[in-house]
Design a protein around this ligand. Structure first.
Ligand code: SF4
Length: 342
């Protein structure tokens, strides 16, 4: 067996330690970092910045890999159901491991490693679930969990001496004491130790509600990555059953919204006064554009004042078409809104 593996790299401490632990044994590790709009989404916009961050901070060269289409397929019908909100963790893990396995020939890897820890997560890291993951990925003997390997049956790379089982971990449970000790051993600056996971937006009810609604709108079909992207940014409004509006809430979101140019997205903002940047996606009817302009007006400095126009177009830097922005009552604006916040 070649001493090269693919590892699942989330950027969390466990995934960092897996790379360090295997590299220490002379294994070449290819850390694949899956991203979707729900986690790791910075890699969607700027993969080079994310790669540079992990290289500089942890000395790890990662391979950002888009997992959005697979995640949409999983969300439509997860075989193992959802966690507390809309997080299909078991199916997500299976999907990521399968995708990583499919990349093994490209990288000349002979096994897959993950940062799973026995008993750490209630849904996806129980022993029975970890066995389900082994069975459903079909990897059986070549799925190595280095942090808790000594608590699992020996895998092929261990039996063949590609990795030394004695140097692998026997960590279990939710505590982080052992991981922090390993981080010290590998010289990771305590300031740079990532905080425990919590970054997946599918574990938050607000995002989960938006995503559920998007899937409902597209049933029996599936939304596209561009559709679900609009579930993780800004205030969201439904202008008609086929058309949504997203309104940025602050400068950071305006910046983020401006990066979301893609077929079907129409940018819109009030022409003469500072305010949010919006995206309309769906049917660009006169009524939808007028309502979008009114809602955009309501969240900018010209709120409640008449005589304004909104400009719009597919390129956020060249909004050349214009539409009147009539004043709508707060109540009328909110009747389109799907979030509870104002
Ligand atoms: S928390 Fe999110 S990213 Fe993590 S396994 Fe669950 S669904 Fe996947």
């Amino acid at each position: 067996m070649k001493r090269r593996c693919i590892s699942l790299y989330s950027g969390g401490l466990d995934s960092i330690l897996v790379v360090k632990m295997l590299q220490e044994q002379g294994v070449e590790v290819v850390p694949i970092s899956f991203f979707t709009p729900f986690y790791g989404s910075l890699a969607m916009r700027d993969p080079e910045a994310v790669k540079a961050f992990h290289r500089e901070r942890y000395g790890i060269d990662i391979f950002p890999t888009d997992f959005t289409r697979e995640m949409i397929r999983i969300l439509a019908s997860p075989r193992h159901g959802f966690g507390k909100h809309l997080n299909p963790c078991v199916d997500c893990k299976i999907g990521m491991i399968r995708t990583a396995a499919s990349l093994m020939p490209d990288y000349g890897a002979t096994f897959v490693a993950t940062g799973e820890v026995l008993g750490q997560r209630p849904m996806s890291q129980r022993r029975d679930t970890m066995n389900v993951i082994i069975n459903e990925t079909g990897l059986k003997d070549i799925l190595l969990r280095p942090l808790c390997a000594k608590l699992m049956a020996p895998t092929l790379p261990e039996r063949q001496g590609v990795v030394d089982r004695e140097k692998l971990g026997s960590i279990s449970g939710r505590g982080r004491k052992d991981q922090l000790a390993l981080a010290r051993r590998y010289g990771i600056d305590p300031e740079n130790i990532p905080t425990p996971a919590g970054g997946c937006l599918l574990t938050y009810e607000a995002t989960a509600a938006r995503v559920r609604m998007t899937f409902e709108r597209f049933r029996p079909g599936l939304p596209s990555p561009d559709d679900v992207m609009l579930d993780v940014v800004g205030r969201k409004f439904i202008l008609d059953p086929r058309t949504v509006l997203v309104v940025s809430r602050d400068e950071g979101e305006t910046e983020l919204v401006s990066t979301l140019a893609s077929p079907g997205n129409m940018f819109l903002k009030i022409a003469d006064v500072p305010g949010p940047l919006c995206i309309v996606r769906g049917d660009m009817t006169g009524e939808n554009l007028a309502n979008a302009a009114s809602i955009c007006l309501r969240y900018g400095r010209a709120r409640g004042t008449t005589g304004h126009k909104a400009v719009y177009g597919p390129d956020p830097n060249a909004l050349v078409d214009a539409v009147d922005a009539p004043v709508l009552s707060d109540e009328a604006c909110r009747s389109f809104q799907i979030d509870s916040e104002t």
